[in-house]
Design a protein around this ligand. Structure first.
Ligand code: HEM
Length: 381
């Protein structure tokens, strides 16, 4: 009988928060895997520190989905923002927050034709973007164990969106000054980079130091792609700022640069960029680099070709707004593709003693030994 009471007593003791967390860690179905590094099962060694990131609520899977939505919403807002500018739809909804007096949504009797839908779509998306960056911050904060770099990235996303709101206001106050408009676009590219980093880093096993999976030269090539890609973006905004789409239709605020000359300079740097993409494809092939890196490099190649084709087409057809809006979307996708290539070139673990990149877990059996050779080459360089 006494034993029975003991048994009941043990059952009735409420679990402490730490115990509940530990149980969830043990029973979590999600095991983050990226590239060649797969998170080790939770062990006493990695539960207390920067081990496997397991959420309470939202779950790890939901957390990553929120981060992924963050990337897509940033891409979408660049596209709709570009549409508003290119179609002069800024006054498609003449009042704020209501679209027309008495209605938050566009109404049929409104005179602003299709502009009202473009402006309303952009406003709606702005609300979604704000909601998603706040949700990302909450999700990053609630990760267990908490990963400070992810919280800082999520905070950067929130700060950036509010900075964009301020810059948007400044661009209206300065009558769409082309440099301010260019800054607005480039800040969006920074926000895309932050959102992507949040998503990709959440797929790492932890925040330990990056372990290279490829040779040093390949990582230099990746850095060169980011650098030259950034120059292409900056020059692109200068082309726009020198052409008919620099401001609103009535009051075109140009940079004063010759549109043709700056467009050719833009296209010349694109040639260099294409050369680097091809070099990257060859380098990844020759060094039998991780499969995800090769796959992402091919996607980058495809996006670059499509974007270059749209660029020339719009140049020779007098920059029609539909092609320019596709070019804006293409520039954003290209930027995402360049940045996505960084992540499969390295792995991050918890930084603990169990933290070993799983070189043998390659998607192609033949790459495991060469990847090991890559690693030793990279370590030696
Ligand atoms: C393949 C990589 C390319 C990227 C990443 C890129 C990126 C950009 C960006 C970011 C803009 C500014 C968009 C805006 O703020 O509205 C732009 C504008 C422009 N780009 Fe490109 N571009 C590429 C290739 C090309 C090529 C090959 C040409 C051919 C000449 C070209 C011609 C133009 C023109 C004419 C504009 C100005 C469009 C306007 O009037 O707004 N681009 N580009």
């Amino acid at each position: 009988m006494g034993g029975g009471r003991d048994h009941r007593h043990r059952i009735d003791v409420p679990l402490g928060l730490a115990q509940v967390r530990a149980l969830r860690l043990r029973s979590s179905p999600s095991r983050p895997t990226i590239g060649r590094m797969s998170a080790a099962a939770p062990t006493p060694a990695n539960q207390g520190g920067q081990g496997v990131a397991v959420s309470r609520w939202p779950s790890l899977t939901l957390t990553r989905r929120i981060f992924a939505v963050g990337v897509w919403t940033q891409i979408a807002i660049v596209f709709t923002g570009g549409l508003v500018r290119l179609t002069d739809s800024g006054l498609g909804c003449p009042t704020w927050p209501q679209c027309v007096p008495g209605s938050y949504t566009p109404v049929r009797y409104q005179s602003q034709s299709f502009h009202k839908y473009i402006e309303f779509g952009n406003r709606t998306l702005t609300v979604v973007v704000v909601a998603v960056v706040l949700a990302s911050l909450l999700a990053a904060w609630r990760m267990t164990p908490r990963r400070t770099p992810l919280v800082l990235l999520a905070l950067g996303g929130v700060a950036g969106v509010f900075a964009q709101a301020v810059l948007g206001g400044v661009s209206v106050l300065t009558h769409l000054n082309p440099y301010v408009v260019a800054g607005h676009f480039l800040l969006s590219m920074a926000l895309v980079a932050v959102a992507l980093a949040l998503y990709e880093r959440s797929r790492d096993a932890g925040d330990g130091p990056p372990v290279p999976l490829v040779r040093q030269e390949v990582r230099w090539l990746s850095a060169a792609l980011v650098l030259v890609g950034s120059v292409v973006l900056v020059l692109g905004t200068l082309v726009t700022g020198s052409g008919p789409h620099s401001g609103d239709g009535q009051r075109v605020a140009r940079t004063g640069l010759d549109p043709s000359q700056i467009a050719w300079m833009h296209a010349d740097v694109v040639m260099l960029f294409v050369g680097l993409v091809v070099a990257m494809l060859i380098a990844l092939r020759l060094t039998s680099a991780p499969g995800p890196a090769r796959q992402r490099a091919w996607i980058l190649f495809g996006v670059t070709m499509a974007q270059g084709a749209i660029g020339y087409l719009q140049y020779f057809t007098g920059v029609p707004w539909m092609l320019v809006s596709l070019h804006v979307l293409g520039a954003t996708l290209l930027w995402v593709s360049v940045l996505r290539l960084i992540y499969p070139l390295r792995a991050r673990g918890s930084g603990g003693p169990n933290d070993q990149p799983m070189v043998g877990a390659s998607d192609r059996p033949s790459t495991s030994t060469t990847a090991a050779a890559n690693l030793s080459g990279a370590a030696g360089s």
